[in-house]
Structures are given as structure tokens and as C-alpha cells.
Design a protein around this ligand. Structure first.
Ligand SMILES: Cc1ncc(COP(=O)(O)O)c(C=O)c1O
Length: 417
């Protein structure tokens, strides 16, 4: 007997409400009515909502910290779950998960029936990559700058099923949008079954024109998979406009939900075409919920997605993107005046976001990373991948100008040394 069948069969005495009906709302009803709205006060208020300490965290692209109200909600959910785990997690689960599904769908601009939550973007994308029905000789177009776990999954399918991988180089020559699009579409042929697109490349911050590529793929019957780990909740975003078949995103990056939350989108028309790793009841075959049959999860983490969305909405996606671009340009405009410093991220709006990849002539990625950490308390990440050899800088909504002034000073000092 599984959990879904067990619950309706419980006896009356077990069904008695042991926790107050509104146990969740007790913790989650937050008001943000007091938040100052003018820019001068708004961003310091946002900063006050995060745990900032002696470090300057410029690796928010790896995993973002969550805001204090989200942290508090998560702890409270955890306490509540810990009081009576099965009651709280299982009997309230369905309701809370549906609320989250609807809120995520509103953010992604699709219908709730197309959204599943899980643990991370890897789980979403590898589920799709490993389970798509493909046969020997089928071709997949992907890029050398996709995320390693996804590239590895495709390589496993190449070995296991005899599919052919056609690799695109999206970075060489700093291609404009049109050139980039053509690099993908010119690989399409009669055998192409799938195009895998990393919407925002994690190494460099370059955006792949997913919508334009998908527009060309669709009439050819090519299935599109989008890795939106870095673009979801980072910039204005609409899955429906993008038109992809499948999409995976992390919720612990730019949405700043607690660590270990992910999103899987599947277009309604594809729900029957793919199976999850963990088989669900056959009556769930037409439902996105079959991808949520993952066994016991940390529901407190999951419930706090709702609070992360509320916090995100206090800022608003458009305002957030503008702020992130401002912060990226603040440091980039200063450091690129130095002849030895090069930022390889394209800087046009719509072609990138807050991620900036900076190289210093004659310096290795590790050297820049450890110099900034040891001399300036700045945490970022060294990147060496194909021709890229620098550090990736990812501020966040709570980053302020004085932190970026330290970064500028550090990079200029190292370039002069
Ligand atoms: C482009 C891209 N895809 C997927 C992932 C994996 O994300 P997660 O840790 O949520 O599985 C990352 C993580 O950095 C990423 O940058």
C-alpha cells in the first residue's frame, strides 16, 4: 500500500485535526507593506534582509543565500514538521504543493499542470535526457558550454543507445545573437531529434537565443530542452513564449529558495511521452505529478519556495534584472578601462545578466581567485573551460556598491602587479 492509497483509508480518529488548520499561515503570513519604495532606501532594505558578514560573496551564481524571511519560514516549517512529521508533511503536503505549483507557473508563464518541483535542475534535466525515447542514429545538437552533468548524461546516451551528438561552440569569436542562432540551426538535419539549449551559460553568462532557435526547430519536429538554471527568476522570462518542450531550473539560484529545490517544466502535450526515473501509479501517466514521486523529501525546504516567491515578488522580476545589470555594469565599466583586463561576457541587455567573466592578461584563474579571497575577502569562482581562463563574478540583489569598489580595486591591483 503506498502513501497515496493509505491516506484516504485512514480511520476517523487518525483523521482528526491534531494541528490547527491554519498552522502554515501562522508562520507565512508576512506583510511587506512597510517596505520603502524609493531606490535609495529600497536596496539597503533588501540588503538588510540577508545575512551579510565579513565576506563579500560574489559567487551567488553557484547557490544564492535566501533572504531572512525565507530562512525563518523554512525553520518554522521544519519545527512544524518535526512536531509530527507524517501529519504535517503528508496531510498538508498536497495543498501547499499546489499553492507553490500555481505560484511557480505564474512566474514562468505557463499552466500549473506543466510544473513539477524536485531537488534541483540536474534532477529535472537528467530525467529528461535519460528518459527521452531515442534510437540509434538519432542526433542531438548541444553545446560545449552546456553544464557538465548534462553533457555527461548525453554522453551516456551516446554510448548506451548509439545516438550521435553534434557539438556547437557558442563562445569562439564572441558571436552576436544571429551568428549564435545559426551555429545551432546549421547543425539541424533530417536525423536531428533534439536540441539542448543552456539559456544562460554558467561559465560566461552568455545567453543563447533559445526562442529563436526553437522557432526553427519546431517545424522540423525537433524536441527542445532548455536548461534555465541561471535564467529563471533572474530576468523576465516566459516559458510559453520560449516555446520549449522541456525545461529545468534551479530554485536555489536566482529565486533564492532554500538549497535543494528545483523545477521541471513539461509542455502538456509531452506528458505522456516521457517517464520519470521512479515509476508512479499508472493513473498518473498524464500528470506532471508523476515526476514528484521521489519518496520522502525535505518538505520544509520545499514549502519555503512559496516564501521565496513572495520575497522575489516584492522586488519584481523586471526591477531585479535592471538592478542586477546595474551592479554588473558598475564593476565592468571600471575594470575594462585597464588594458590587461578583459570581460568576455557580452554586455548588451538581453544577451546576458549579472554573471560577468573577467580575465587578466598573464594571470591564471586560480591566481585571481585566491588573490581576491586572501587580500580582499572576496569569494568568487575561478573558471577554466576551453578557452576561458578567469573568474566569474556574480553579485546579487543584496550586493552594494562599496563591495564592488573592493572588487574593482582588487582586479586593478592584480592587473598592475
Ligand atoms: C547551467 C547550469 N545548469 C544546471 C546546473 C545544476 O544546477 P543544480 O545544482 O540545481 O542541479 C547549474 C549549476 O550551477 C548550471 O549552472
Amino acid at each position: 500500500m503506498n502513501r497515496r492509497h493509505f491516506i484516504p483509508g485512514l480511520s476517523g480518529i487518525l483523521m482528526a485535526p491534531l494541528l490547527p488548520q491554519n498552522a502554515f499561515s501562522m508562520f507565512t503570513e508576512k506583510t511587506y507593506a512597510h517596505v520603502p519604495q524609493n531606490e535609495m532606501e529600497f536596496w539597503p532594505w533588501v540588503r538588510s534582509q540577508f545575512r551579510t558578514g565579513s565576506f563579500i560573496n560574489l559567487n551567488n551564481g553557484g547557490v544564492s543565500p535566501h533572504a531572512l524571511p525565507v530562512e525563518e519560514a523554512f525553520f518554522n516549517y521544519h519545527r512544524l514538521c518535526n512536531e509530527m512529521p507524517t501529519y504535517t508533511m503528508w496531510r498538508t503536503l498536497e495543498k501547499k504543493r499546489e499553492e507553490i505549483r500555481s505560484k511557480l507557473a505564474a512566474l514562468a508563464n505557463c499552466v500549473p499542470e506543466e510544473i513539477a518541483t524536485n531537488r534541483n535542475a540536474t534532477e529535472s534535466l537528467v530525467t529528461i535526457i535519460m528518459n527521452l525515447p531515442l534510437k540509434k542514429g538519432d542526433e542531438v545538437v548541444l553545446s560545449t558550454f552546456d553544464y557538465p552533468r548534462m553533457m555527461n548524461a548525453w554522453k551516456v546516451r551516446e554510448q548506451r543507445d548509439g545516438i550521435k551528438l553534434r557539438w556547437v561552440d557558442p563562445e569562439t569569436g564572441n558571436p552576436d545573437k544571429e551568428t549564435l542562432k545559426n551555429r545551432f540551426t546549421e547543425k539541424f538535419n533530417k536525423k536531428t531529434r533534439v536540441v539542448h539549449l543552456t539559456h544562460m551559460i554558467n561559465w560566461t553568462g552568455r545567453m543563447i537565443p533559445a526562442r529563436e532557435i526553437i522557432q526553427e526547430a519546431k517545424p522540423l519536429g525537433i524536441i527542445s530542452i532548455v536548461d534555465a538554471a541561471h535564467s529563471f527568476a533572474h530576468l523576465p522570462f516566459s516559458v510559453s513564449e520560449m516555446g520549449c518542450d522541456y525545461l529545468g531550473a534551479s530554485l536555489h539560484k536566482w529565486l533564492a529558495a532554500p538549497f535543494g529545490n528545483g523545477l521541471l517544466y513539461i509542455h502538456l502535450k509531452n506528458l505522456d511521452k516521457i517517464q520519470p526515473f521512479f515509476p508512479a501509479e499508472t493513473d498518473m501517466n498524464h500528470s506532471i505529478k508523476k515526476f514528484e514521486e521521489l519518496g520522502t523529501r525535505n518538505n520544509a525546504l520545499e514549502f519555503a519556495i512559496s516564501d521565496a516567491i513572495d520575497f522575489h515578488n516584492v522586488i519584481g522580476t523586471k526591477r531585479k534584472y535592471e538592478r542586477l545589470l546595474y551592479l554588473r555594469n558598475y564593476w565592468v565599466n571600471e575594470v575594462t578601462k585597464h588594458p590587461k583586463i578583459r570581460v568576455i561576457t557580452p554586455l548588451q541587455k538581453g544577451e546576458s545578466g549579472v554573471i560577468g567573466l573577467v580575465e587578466i592578461e598573464g594571470k591564471q584563474a586560480e591566481e585571481i581567485d585566491s588573490f581576491l579571497y586572501e587580500k580582499y575577502n572576496i569569494h568568487c569562482v575561478g573558471i577554466k573551460h576551453h578557452q576561458v581562463n578567469g573568474v566569474r563574478i556574480t553579485p546579487n540583489v543584496y550586493t552594494n556598491e562599496s563591495e564592488l569598489d573592493k572588487l574593482i580595486e582588487g582586479l586593478l591591483t592584480l592587473a598592475d602587479s
